[in-house]
Design a protein around this ligand. Structure first.
Ligand SMILES: *Cc1c(COP(=O)(O)O)cnc(C)c1O
Length: 398
């Protein structure tokens, strides 16, 4: 079965479950994307932004000390933390902002949880001379005051959202509402591989630069494909970007690491594949964390970037077919990996990325030394230092 037999469907997942008032916007976006995605001029401009502005290609670093210490598979780190603004998010944002500009839009709106996607969007808007409005749950604006300041510094307006639990899912809903109100000059720059078609496909394609580079870099360094590629999964954009060009290579294990929070046997978790059920939310059919009534459940993780109650539809499909594996990783395991990578390699990973590092620490020791693992380090961990110190009982002010 081809995964693209119907555009925007990944097996049973994906689709466009949206109010009629939003249909015109997604149809216009899909048309523009089809028109520009293979356009040489568009791709040249985007590649120039990736390379000159964002600092691509990001390095594929052989983590020799970690490899030696764990005593098993050879470990490589895909260094998305070295990108401008400190994570993989800039890949998607530059792509969408450039596309919006080609469509004649002058205004970008975005949702943000921890503030990372909001900062990336505000950055692209500053660079491309576009107006920028970011919706952020009021709770999150308090927890992430520094990122609110960054967005304002970059020229964006930050609107606190007070509906629902005043967190990420409410910010997404509010951004969709705003887009409905103002389609003419506005593009909704969605932050992960979720939402209605064509977003999961567009965001994946812009993030697929990660696996395109990994493949080329590992062939140069090792002359063969890796045995496993692993990445953390929130909505799923850095992981699908890391997997995409390996999906057809059956010998490569694809492993997504979800945030288990305090454990998948507790209510304080964000592990969607481990604990969620099929549902429809934010315009797509996929797996979601739900309560007994089918309402979206509150989710929890120490990592603000991973506590979304759903997963992108392509991941849901890769899970159904067994092509990718999804494993839960707890707060405690992620914090240990955060500390371990800092000490061992001198690289402080984002606490999100540390979930993938933690899983590699579990499986690498029992793998043969001729096996190769690639871990995507989706972002840098400076932003997390205060929270991790607090987790360890130390209070440092930012
Ligand atoms: C936002 C974020 C994530 C989670 O988003 P995905 O769409 O699952 O990639 C992971 N890591 C970092 C550093 C982030 O900022």
């Amino acid at each position: 079965m081809s995964k693209n037999s119907t555009p925007g469907r990944f097996g049973a997942h994906g689709g466009q479950y949206i109010p009629e008032t939003l249909m015109n916007a997604v149809i216009e976006l899909e048309k523009a994307y089809v028109r520009f995605k293979d356009d040489p001029g568009f791709n040249e401009e985007l590649t120039a932004l990736f390379n000159e502005y964002a600092g691509r290609p990001s390095r594929l670093y052989y983590a020799g000390k970690m490899t030696k210490d764990l005593g098993g598979a050879k470990i490589y780190l895909k260094r998305e933390d070295l990108n401008h603004t400190g994570s993989h998010k800039i890949n998607n944002v530059l792509g969408q902002a450039l596309l919006a500009k080609k469509m004649g839009k002058t205004r970008l709106i975005a949702e943000t949880g921890a503030g990372q996607h909001g900062v990336a969007t505000a950055t692209a808007a500053a660079l491309l001379d576009m107006e920028c409005v970011v919706f952020m749950g009021e709770e999150d604006t308090k927890r992430q005051a520094l990122n609110v300041y960054r967005m304002r510094l970059l020229g964006a307006t930050v609107i606190p959202v007070t509906t629902g639990t005043a967190t990420l899912k409410d910010a997404v809903s509010e951004a969709f509402r705003e887009w409905t109100r103002r389609i003419d000059d506005t593009h909704y720059c969605l932050g992960s591989v979720m939402g209605p078609h064509p977003f999961p496909t567009i965001v994946r394609d812009f993030q697929a630069v990660i696996s395109r580079e990994i493949k080329q870099q590992i062939l140069e360094k090792e002359g063969r494909l890796p045995d496993a590629v692993m990445a953390c999964v929130g909505g799923g954009s850095n992981s699908i970007g890391s997997f995409y060009h390996f999906i057809e290579d059956e010998s490569v294990r694809l492993i997504g690491c979800e945030a288990a929070g305090r454990g998948t046997d507790t209510f304080e978790t964000a592990a969607t594949i481990a604990t969620g059920r099929l549902g429809i939310f934010h315009g797509m059919k996929s797996y979601f964390c739900q309560d007994e009534y089918g309402q979206i459940a509150p989710v929890y993780s120490i990592s603000a970037g991973l506590d979304y109650p759903g997963i992108g539809p392509e991941h849901a499909y890769l899970h159904d077919t067994g092509r990718a594996e999804y494993v839960p990783v707890t707060d405690e395991e992620a914090v240990c990996a955060f500390e371990y990578l800092s000490r061992t390699e001198g690289i402080i990973p984002a606490i999100e990325s540390a979930h993938a590092v933690a899983h590699a620490m579990k499986i690498a020791p029992s793998m043969d030394p001729d096996k190769i693992i690639v871990i995507t380090i989706s972002g840098r961990g400076d932003k997390d230092c205060a929270a991790i110190a607090r987790y360890r009982g130390e209070d440092i002010s930012e």
